[in-house]
Ligand binder design. Structure first.
Ligand code: CMC
Length: 437
């Protein structure tokens, strides 16, 4: 349409420009023509933390943050969580369509046959200190898989990519379970191919001396739902790292390790662990108002609250709350849930949170369920990384197949010194000591 354009007048030169608008965006490169003279580099946009910049076109995940909507490949998250298994959703996220029966059988069979780790990788894991954080172990071990599978470097070969996807989706739960067993000093449990993806994960975590591990079906289903909810979340911090690392054509093992490293931070996937610490610090329901006052005074953040995109209730948090009730029927009610519900109640009525549109996010309730199921807080982010691997790989694959994508390389606004005369060592004066603020 002709009127899909932005008219710009550069007041520096009085020149006028027509910048086309497509999909509600202008192309940043179209601004480069706006110059004050032939030597001018051209206009750039300045957008720290990508607050208003689309870095790609994507057909994987849709979020409407104002309405609290999340869809994978067009399907509402609520329907997928209710009706699908995690591997079915992983297939959808990765390949664009829900699998039919034959496709699902083949996919599940292939993933299942890639769950084993090379024995040298197991030995690698044994080398970590007894108290190593599971997330650090996971990140390092996923990166180390790059040495086991040098063929993964053929990132432009679709067949090779498919194989690495199977390896990563298959092996993530195995690595995750090994990191957990290591921290408890327990022997490793090999994958059991008779079991579903989630049941097998539970088997590798919790099997002791019994000949065959029997997962509680309610807990296994709850974990599967949690995996579905965490499968992808469009251009979040770790997905952006996955794309950025993958854009240099680094192999998917090191790129996934980089994405997992981004996930580990407390502002991203590490938040669920922080929520548990916060609930323990608060201790009881009656201390909630005082804690909220401290948050409002700027002393700390309410962990598990707020989101860059959601300015409404995170739809995943609503489903997790529902799943929590099923889990507590098996495990018994957790006192932390009462503190969390009280925090949510007070925060949602408080002007500070209303004004800033701060609602519970996915991490607010997930840790409480995980802990009720028997997980230690240190492994919560690892539980996030297992399903998110499907999302990272979908983002990676989409990036590699997009003819518009190139090596990611942002611009900067240089604020340092202009050119300076070099000062030889003997002539450099001692800089003044910084004064205390
Ligand atoms: N508690 C108290 N105040 C908050 C919080 C919070 N959790 N989150 C944001 N604010 C305030 C913030 O101080 C700012 O106030 P002001 O305008 O007075 O300066 C305002 O709300 C806007 O916040 P922001 O930091 O500009 O928002 P952002 O989009 O940059 O940050 C966030 C998003 C998720 C990093 C942030 O909300 C946060 O740190 N939340 C706590 C950590 C958390 O739960 N992270 C998990 C995110 S969801 C899952 C995932 O991504 O892995």
């Amino acid at each position: 349409m002709d009127n899909q354009a932005l008219s710009i007048v550069d007041k520096r030169t009085q020149s006028a420009y027509e910048i086309p608008i497509h999909d509600g965006t202008i192309r940043a490169m179209d601004l480069r023509q706006i110059k004050t003279g032939p030597d001018d580099f051209g206009l750039m946009t300045y957008d720290p933390a990508f607050m208003n910049t689309a870095s790609c076109k994507s057909a994987i995940t849709f979020i409407d943050g104002d309405k609290g909507i999340l869809r994978y490949r067009g399907y509402p998250i609520e329907q997928l969580a209710e009706k699908c298994s995690f591997l079915e959703v992983a297939y959808l996220v990765l390949f664009g369509e829900l699998p039919n029966e034959a496709q699902l059988k083949e996919w599940v069979g292939q993933v299942t046959h890639h769950t084993m780790l090379h024995e040298t990788t197991k030995k690698f894991l044994e080398g970590f200190r007894y108290d190593a954080h599971p997330m650090g172990m996971l990140i390092s071990t996923v990166a180390a898989l790059s040495t086991v599978y040098p063929d993964a470097r053929h990132v432009l070969d679709p067949e090779s990519r498919k194989l690495q996807i199977l390896r990563l989706v298959g092996k993530m739960p195995t690595i995750a379970a090994y990191t957990y067993r290591h921290s408890l000093g327990l022997p490793y449990v090999y994958p059991d191919n008779d079991l579903s993806y989630t049941e097998n994960f539970m088997n590798m975590l919790w099997k002791m001396t019994e000949p065959k591990y029997q997962a509680n079906p309610i807990l296994a289903r709850a974990l599967d739902i949690l995996f579905i909810l965490h499968a992808d979340h469009e251009q979040n911090c770790s997905a952006n790292v996955m794309r950025s690392t993958g854009s240099s054509q680094a192999d998917p093992f090191v790129a996934t390790a980089a994405a997992a490293a981004a996930l580990s931070g407390p502002l991203h996937g590490g938040a669920n662990e922080e929520v548990l610490k916060m609930l323990d610090e608060i201790g009881s329901k009656d201390k909630v108002p005082a804690y909220i006052d401290q948050v409002k005074a700027g002393h700390m953040k309410l962990m598990g609250f707020g989101h860059r995109i959601y300015k409404n209730y995170d739809p995943r948090a609503r489903i997790i709350k529902w799943a929590a009730d099923r889990v507590f029927e098996v495990t018994g009610r957790n006192r932390r849930l009462d503190i969390a519900l009280e925090l949510e109640r007070i925060a949602l009525e408080d002007e500070y949170f209303i004004k800033r549109k701060l609602y519970p996010n996915v991490d607010f309730y997930s840790g409480i369920i995980y802990q009720a199921m028997g997980f230690k807080p240190e492994i919560f982010t690892v539980l996030f990384a297992i399903p998110r691997t499907a999302g990272w790989l979908a983002q990676w694959q989409e990036m590699l197949e997009d003819p518009e994508q190139k090596i990611a390389r942002p611009r900067q606004v240089y604020t340092g010194h202009a050119v300076r005369e070099f000062v030889p060592l003997e002539k450099r004066s001692v800089p003044a000591a910084p004064t205390a603020a």
